[in-house]
Design a protein around this ligand. Structure first.
Ligand code: NAD
Length: 439
């Protein structure tokens, strides 16, 4: 019998309200910024105008009112959205966030993003995203549970293992996924584990899911270094963001022989030219919540970290940290985008002209959704894999996807980001062509 005591402890102790991540919130127009990259790739592909029109529009946008009985006895009504952007390749897949800045434009942009990400690693999923406008920091656990259940009931007509499979996102976690799974199952009158991913391991979650995104970053970074004739052993690395993605990637890269010279979180960074003690930093954050005060090196700002002369820069915190203002000062040879959208479109061109090899987010951080796919497969099969099997299959998919994108970038003489969009659009468009447009 596997030992689930660690997972149970994590489940019970993990706060529902997570730190801020993946915030396109307040961005000028996230949909347009993503679509400008889509358009560039679509032009290069000479996409059929009909398919181009279909891919530029979300398939379904749902907005629901979510009445919640607050602890005070008062009923408050929240607004929730769920957007299914494209389901031509399979069930929609994408997270649910709870945040005051959630709006339909942003949810739509993130749903499109998920469509391209699933296609670039060739998962049989479409793309979706959801959110509820609320301030989870101001809500009790009971209020959040009632909000989650009523939102789930509101969008239940689209949810399902064959139609739409949510996952955690900003301010939602495995406990929220457990409530969604339970609510859906109560309505279905039987237990349906495969309706969400990112669940606790005890109730159908996958081993290796927590580490999957950081592990995926490590795999593609190694591929990129090999492609450039460099070795991961001795390569210098700077990691911005020391949460789930950044800390796992830093630990695994160090284990593979890289020298992680700088790490940071929202409180600032640490630099040590001999290599930061990553295990020590993880233990420090576990004890103190942040890196602040960690004695493993010199203090460094987040801005300075991005401009260090290193072999690999791994932004794994926020969006839009590499912009036209600082891109010219980035001196890394490889950028592995662990975060979603860390580089602006304007910065892309500067990095390109400086010969910096960028592994784009829709490829670099796709390890998470890949193991979510494994979770869905395991739930549907009712047969669970060992952690080694999960990691091995993740490695296969990430390696093959990196090579697919690299081949396309060479063939069309474009950078890795454009190639990744070209690959995913080609895959989604091909299915539309085969299925025919019901128009
Ligand atoms: P997390 O909340 O676990 O960690 C985020 C880290 O970023 C924390 O260390 C936090 O202190 C740091 N941070 C926050 N604000 C910062 C700032 N202003 N400057 C520097 N650091 C700052 O989040 P995560 O799950 O590791 O996600 C990080 C990024 O990766 C997000 O963009 C997320 O969307 C993306 N991502 C995550 C996954 C996943 O499976 N967790 C999958 C795909 C993409």
């Amino acid at each position: 019998m596997p030992d689930f005591s660690m997972a149970t402890e994590l489940f019970l102790n993990t706060p529902i309200v997570g730190p801020d991540k993946d915030r396109f919130l307040n961005e000028a127009n996230p949909f347009e910024s993503m679509m400008s990259r889509f358009d560039r790739a679509a032009q290069l592909l000479d996409l059929d105008p009909g398919i181009y029109q279909v891919l530029r529009h979300p398939e379904k946008q749902i907005t629901v009112s979510v009445p919640v009985m607050m602890d005070s006895g008062e009923v408050r009504v929240f607004t929730g959205h769920r957007v299914l952007y494209n389901t031509s390749r399979g069930p929609a897949k994408g997270g649910i966030r709870f945040d005051m800045n959630v709006n339909l434009d942003e949810v739509t942009a993130l749903a499109a993003w998920m469509t391209w990400k699933c296609a670039v690693v060739n998962l049989p999923f479409g793309g979706a995203k959801g959110g509820v406008v609320c301030d989870p920091l101001q809500m009790s656990v009971g209020e959040l549970e009632r909000l989650t259940r009523r939102y789930t009931a509101g969008i239940i007509s689209v949810l399902g293992p064959d139609s739409d499979v949510p996952a955690p996102d900003v301010n939602t976690n495995e406990r929220v996924m457990a409530w969604i799974m339970d609510t859906y199952s109560m309505h279905a009158r039987h237990t349906v584990t495969s309706v969400v991913t990112g669940k606790p391991v005890e109730m159908g979650g996958s081993l290796g899911r927590r580490e999957a995104t950081g592990r995926g970053c490590t795999i593609v970074t190694r591929q990129a270094l090999e492609h450039l004739g460099m070795n991961v052993v001795g390569a210098t690395v700077a990691v911005q963001g020391f949460g789930n993605v950044g800390s796992v990637a830093a630990e695994l890269l160090q284990r593979e022989g890289a020298r992680v010279v700088a790490i940071s979180d929202r409180t600032g960074g640490v630099y040590n030219r001999d290599g930061v003690d990553i295990e020590g930093a993880i233990a420090w954050v576990r004890a103190h919540k942040t890196l602040e005060g960690f004695p493993g090196g010199e203090v460094l700002t987040n801005e300075d970290l991005l401009e260090l002369e290193v072999d690999v820069l791994l932004p794994a915190a926020l969006e839009n940290v590499i912009t036209s203002k600082n891109a010219g000062r980035v001196r890394a040879k490889v950028i592995c985008e662990g975060a979603n959208g860390p580089t602006t479109a304007a910065a892309d061109e500067i990095l390109d002209s400086n010969g910096i090899f960028v592994i784009p987010d829709i490829l670099a951080n796709a390890g998470g959704v890949t193991v979510s796919y494994f979770e869905w497969v395991q739930d549907r099969g009712g047969y669970f894999w060992s952690e080694d099997t999960v990691n091995e299959r993740l490695r296969d998919i990430m390696t093959r996807s990196f090579q697919d994108v690299l081949a396309l970038s060479r063939q069309h003489r474009v950078n890795m980001r454009t190639a990744a969009y070209m690959l995913s659009i080609t895959r989604v468009a091909a299915v539309h062509r085969l299925r025919g447009i019901y128009a």
